[in-house]
Design a protein around this ligand. Structure first.
Ligand SMILES: [Zn+2]
Length: 256
């Protein structure tokens, strides 16, 4: 499993994006300053953690991973299907500006601008369009997956001029079909190949697969869906379900 040490913190990295030379990762739990259920590298202030601790964790991540703290820009984790392009006037969105901006996918062509998406069981996705030099970060829970936000992020990249076959995708650590039990009200919104029926009207839902199929259908140059399940590997990653609904949040980061 490609968990790598980044000067004192650990992150899962995609071989696909590493081969392309892209600075990216999905953070693990250790190396930060948050306490209790948030211990210790909790990256989002929206889940009850102390904002000062999260700010300190942002500094730690940026120093360890070589990201520009002053230009950190993030999604809102609001289960929308909205994807927007980060232009110079929007750098800092979500970090130094209000959180409630209703955007769950961000795309940029600006070098040195770290994009963050957050997850704690939901599906974090990073995209790299090598031909135009654009990056994207996406938060895709079941609502975002149903609304096809990953597909919308790819469309945003192609609108900017990228060819689908030049785009690489990394689906990060999220809750897998081994652990994600849902009712038919949720499961039946997804393709049959992404769910397994259980007794009592319940299903095991495979959200990473639903996102992978969506991305592969668009003809991407590569889709890496090899990341571990956050609930099985709650020792490494925050898991909303694995921690009884109270946990910190991992950050998916990418910087051109
Ligand atoms: Zn699992």
């Amino acid at each position: 499993m490609p968990i790598r040490e980044l000067n004192g913190i650990a992150a899962w990295q995609s071989e696909l994006l590493l081969e392309a030379g892209i600075n990216h990762g999905f953070t693990c739990r250790g190396g930060g300053v948050s306490r209790g259920a948030y211990a210790s590298l909790s990256m989002s202030p929206r889940r009850g953690d102390d904002p000062a601790d999260v700010r300190r964790n942002e500094e730690i991540l940026c120093r360890r991973a070589g990201l520009d703290l002053g230009r950190l820009t993030s999604t809102a984790q609001e289960h929308t299907d909205v994807v927007e392009v980060i232009t110079a006037d929007r750098v800092g969105m979500g970090i130094s500006r209000p959180w409630d901006h209703g955007v769950d996918g961000i795309v940029t062509l600006l070098p040195g601008t770290p994009l963050l998406a957050y997850a704690a069981d939901c599906v974090p996705i990073l995209l790299w369009a090598g031909d135009i030099g654009a990056a994207a970060a996406v938060h895709s829970g079941w609502r975002g997956t149903e609304a096809r936000i990953a597909e919308k992020a790819v469309k945003k990249l192609t609108e900017l001029g990228a060819r689908p076959q030049s785009i690489l995708a990394a689906i990060g650590p999220c809750i897998g079909p081994c652990c994600y039990e849902v009712g038919g009200d949720v499961a039946l919104r997804f393709p049959e190949s992404c769910r397994t029926a259980k007794d009592g009207g319940k299903y095991m839902l495979d959200l990473p697969k639903a996102n992978r199929l969506m991305l592969e259908d668009m003809g991407l140059g590569g889709v890496d869906a090899s990341a571990p399940c956050t609930m099985c590997r709650n020792d490494l990653f925050f898991s909303h379900r694995g921690q009884g609904g109270k946990s910190g949040t991992l950050a998916a980061f990418i910087q051109i």
